[in-house]
Design a protein around this ligand. Structure first.
Ligand code: SIN
Ligand code: CO
Length: 380
C-alpha cells in the first residue's frame, strides 16, 4: 500500500503553514502534531532495517540496558544476532537511512521547506518494549515521526545539562520531565536543539528522526580555516632588511612576531569565501559514503536521449546545493554552472522528462551520471 503522505504542508505541521511553524516553533519550542501523516506505514520492514545495520557503509548503534546501566555497541551487526536480540530492553539506531533508500529520501522532501543546507539525515530506531536511549538533549532540530507501534515521549525545559559521569551515552543525570505524550503511528513531535527528552517504547516500536544539524562555532570555524588552507593565495613575504646581530641565536625575535602579525592580520573572512566554503562543506557526503558508477555506462548521446525521455534523479547519497551561479555537488564546486535546469534538479532532486539536455548542462549531467551521482529515469 502507498503511504498517505500529506499533500499539504499544514497537515504535517499541525495546521500551521511552513512560515507560521518556522516563526513560532522552529529552533524555539516543541510542537506535538497528531496525525501529521495519517495512515503512515513504515517505509522499511524490520528485516530491511536489520539488513542495513549489517552493512559496513551504514552507521548503526545498539543501546541496551543491563541491570539499569546503559550499554552501547557500534555496528555493523549480523541480522541473525539482532533477531536473537540482546537482554531486553534494547534499541537499534540506524543512521542515514535516506542515503540508501529512495522512499526515505523522498520522505525528506516533505520537509523541503527547511533548506537542505540544514539537513543531516533520517535515523530510524527499532526498540523492544521499554527500549530507549535514555533522557538526553541533542544539538539538532528534529522531527520525531512515529512509524510503528507506540512510544511515550517525555520532555523538559530544564536548564540543568549535567550528564551521568562515565556513561557510554550522553544521559542527563537529573531529568525532570514536564509534558508527556504517547505517540501513535503517523504522530510527530518536533523538538528544537537543547530540549531535554526521553522516549520509551510501549511494546515494539519504530521511530523516524528527521534531523537538521546546527553546527557549532568551533566546527564551522575549523572547517573554514581548513578550506582557506587549501584555497588561499596571499601576497607579500616576510622581510627584515633592518636585522641586527643577536647573542641568543635560538631566541624567536620579537620583530619576527610583529611582522608575522602584520602579514597574517590582514586576513579577513569575506562573504564570498565563507559562501564558497559553506557550499563545499555542506554538500560534502559523510565519510562512509561511496558512489557506485554504472557498470555499463550509456554513451553520452544515449544518456541525453534517456534523460530527455525519462528525466533524471539524484542518487539518494548525492548532496547538491546552489548559490547564485555556483553549484555544489558532493563537496565539489562548479562555478558559473547554475542553469535553470540544474538549479531545479538541486531543489527537486529530480528533473522531469523534457528537452534534450545540451551544452554545459549535458557535460555536467553526463559526468555526474558516470560518477554514480545521478541516474536516468524517475525511479530505481
Ligand atoms: C530514538 O529514536 O530512540 C532516539 C531518538 C532521539 O531521542 O533523538
Ligand atoms: Co534525541
Amino acid at each position: 500500500m502507498k503511504n498517505a503522505l500529506p499533500s499539504d504542508i499544514s497537515q504535517l505541521l499541525g495546521g500551521y503553514s511552513a512560515d507560521r511553524f518556522l516563526a513560532r516553533y522552529w529552533h524555539k519550542r516543541p510542537l506535538l502534531v497528531r496525525r501529521a501523516i495519517p495512515g503512515f506505514r513504515p517505509l522499511l520492514t524490520r528485516a530491511q532495517l536489520f539488513a542495513l545495520a549489517g552493512r559496513d557503509d551504514v552507521e548503526s548503534r545498539l543501546v541496551s540496558r543491563v541491570r539499569g546501566r546503559f550499554r552501547l555497541e557500534h555496528g555493523p551487526f549480523a541480522a541473525r544476532a539482532l533477531r536473537r536480540g540482546t537482554a531486553p530492553p534494547w534499541t537499534l539506531l540506524v543512521q542515514g537511512v535516506n542515503l540508501h533508500h529512495a522512499g526515505a529520501d523522498a520522505l525528506l522532501q516533505r520537509f523541503g521547506f527547511v533548506p537542505s543546507a540544514r539537513l543531516d539525515d533520517l535515523m530510524i530506531s527499532w526498540a523492544t518494549d521499554g527500549g530507549g536511549v535514555g533522557p538526553h538533549f541533542d544539538s539538532y532540530d528534529v522531527f520525531l515521526l512515529q512509524a510503528h507501534g507506540r512510544r511515550r515521549w517525555r520532555i523538559s525545559t530544564q536548564r540543568d545539562r549535567a550528564l551521568v559521569p562515565g556513561a557510554p551515552l550522553r544521559i542527563l543525570r537529573d531529568f525532570r520531565p514536564g509534558e508527556e505524550w504517547v505517540l501513535e503511528p503517523g504522530d510527530m513531535l518536533y523538538l528544537p536543539p537543547g530540549c531535554a527528552h526521553d522516549g520509551v517504547a510501549l511494546g515494539e516500536c519504530m521511530t523516524y528522526s528527521i534531523g537538521f544539524r546546527a553546527p557549532s562555532a568551533q566546527e564551522l570555524t575549523r572547517g573554514y580555516l581548513e578550506h582557506l588552507a587549501d584555497h588561499l593565495q596571499r601576497p607579500g613575504m616576510y622581510a627584515d632588511p633592518d636585522l641586527r646581530a643577536t647573542r641568543a641565536p635560538a631566541r624567536v625575535p620579537e620583530r619576527y612576531v610583529e611582522r608575522a602579525m602584520r602579514l597574517i592580520g590582514t586576513l579577513r573572512p569575506t562573504r564570498e569565501s565563507v559562501a564558497a566554503f559553506l557550499g563545499a562543506y555542506l554538500s560534502e557526503p559523510k565519510a562512509s559514503v561511496f558512489f557506485d558508477p554504472p557498470a555499463a555506462p550509456l554513451a553520452r548521446a544515449r544518456f541525453a536521449r534517456a534523460a530527455a525521455a525519462r528525466g533524471v534523479r539524484l542518487d539518494p547519497r548525492t548532496r547538491m546545493l546552489h548559490r547564485g551561479r555556483a553549484l555544489y555537488v558532493n563537496g565539489d564546486t562548479f562555478a558559473d554552472a547554475a542553469s535553470p535546469a540544474l538549479t531545479a534538479l538541486a531543489d527537486a532532486r529530480r528533473l522531469a522528462p523534457g528537452p534534450l539536455p545540451a551544452g554545459r548542462d549535458l557535460d555536467l549531467l553526463y559526468a555526474w551520471y558516470t560518477h554514480g551521482w545521478l541516474h536516468p529515469g524517475a525511479s530505481p
